[in-house]
Design a protein around this ligand. Structure first.
Ligand code: CP3
Length: 362
């Protein structure tokens, strides 16, 4: 095929939704934009009264995630209020243990509860056989969203990264120190590695299927990466992430992958250098000047307003935003929070944040 017909062919394929005119994808492709694109982690959620309304009609949280009518509706809710550049699929990272056959429950007020896995012998309870069948409703949600979101909005798919998902599977609930998981990882790396390998395979298949159904970018959430020593970070965060990125790129070479290893400080740089991600999401503890100097030459950066500053609002929030915007709009950048929006966040503070970004010219 000649170059010209190749280009025309591509142009035709994307005529309905020309991806490269999307502000969000341009930033992920390495462009420096005078007005940065933005979205917010957990942008759909309990801080919105319309979310609580829909949520109150579903019997439990996982059923809610597996009901495309409801998941599509709550994904779209924040887009109706704010001029966001991206929509993130509404779902949860714990659908993977559920799809592998581990019992997962969400208890009102206390978070997720799983039947814990405490050693290699327990891995027999997991199976990859029903993965896609089990997750079919999520793929249906992605397909519908890809048809229903505004044409200038980018659709983000996501999954939890193996380390963070494993930590819930092993502890059986959230934790402050992840003692059982970290001890297993040190005392029996071969056995714990088998769990991580199952998660690498499941997560790769899950994200590739989300892309097959219309996700234009995917993000890996590694919320608890920050509790690991450098050697353990290497083994349980960098290596699994690099494998997932490589599996996705084999199936979909042009789909950007973003990583969010929360709380890892200077190890963010190693993460970017060694995993092959196209973008990295930063938590609020990382100085913007360091991000601009050390990470932005390597990939697109995303972040990192403190979610508590968004709750407080007012002058202090605006000063924090100003610092982030001034320092990071000199390179490829997506504005976001350092971690997800909390339920007590006033929706009007989110509106103010959106206004400041829309009015920003670097
Ligand atoms: O960003 C979005 O808008 C997409 C939706 C999304 C949810 N969870 C919805 C959700 C995403 C990306 C997640 C990721 C997730 N889930 C992570 C990684 C990112 C992070 O925030 O750290 C983790 C660790 C989980 C696991 C999880 N899910 C926990 C610990 C809880 C309970 C916490 C709580 O506040 O009750 C959930 C439940 C959950 N996931 C809710 C939402 C909107 C609240 C449940 C409800 O509405 O009843």
């Amino acid at each position: 095929m000649s170059t010209v017909s190749h280009i025309i062919g591509q142009h035709f394929r994307h005529a309905a939704k020309d991806p490269m005119t999307k502000h969000f994808l341009r930033a992920l492709n390495g462009e420096t934009l005078s007005r940065p694109p933005f979205w917010l982690m957990r942008q759909a959620g309990r801080y919105l009264p319309e979310y609580r309304q829909v949520r109150s009609g579903a019997k439990n949280f996982l059923d809610f995630c597996y009901t495309p009518d409801l998941a599509v509706e709550v994904t779209l809710q924040p887009l109706r209020r704010y001029d966001l550049d991206a929509a993130i699929l509404f779902c949860d990272i714990l659908v993977i243990p559920d799809a592998l056959g581990q019992k997962v429950d969400f208890i009102e007020g206390s978070g997720p509860v799983l039947e814990p896995l405490r050693g290699v012998a327990d891995l027999g309870r997991l199976s990859l056989d029903r993965l896609h069948d089990h997750l079919a409703p999520v793929y249906e949600t992605v397909s519908r969203l890809s048809r229903e979101i505004p044409k200038e909005t980018t659709l983000i798919g996501f999954a939890g990264a193996p380390w963070t998902v494993a930590s819930y599977m092993v502890e059986g609930h959230g934790s402050k120190d992840f003692a059982a998981t970290r001890t297993w990882a040190y005392s029996d790396p071969e056995g714990f590695g088998q769990l991580i390998d199952i998660l690498i395979e499941a997560t790769s298949k899950y994200l590739i299927a989300q892309i097959d159904h219309g996700a234009e970018v995917v993000q890996l959430f590694d919320t608890w990466a920050g509790v690991l020593s450098p050697s353990q970070f290497d083994q349980w965060v960098i290596e699994p992430t690099a494998k997932i990125v490589s599996n996705i790129k084999k199936a979909h070479p042009h789909i950007p992958v973003m990583g969010f290893p929360k709380g890892v400080g200077i190890l963010y740089k190693t993460f970017v250098e060694r995993t092959g991600v196209d973008g990295v999401s930063l938590d609020q503890t990382v100085p913007c000047r360091w991000i601009a100097e050390q990470l932005q030459p390597l990939c697109t950066v995303q972040g990192n307003l403190d979610n508590m500053a968004l709750i407080a609002g007012g002058q202090r929030m605006e000063a924090e935003m100003q610092d982030i915007l001034e320092t990071l709009t000199g390179g490829p950048f997506i504005f976001n929070l350092g971690h997800g929006i909390l339920p007590q966040t006033p929706p009007e503070n989110v509106a103010r944040l959106a206004r400041i970004i829309k009015d920003w010219e670097a």
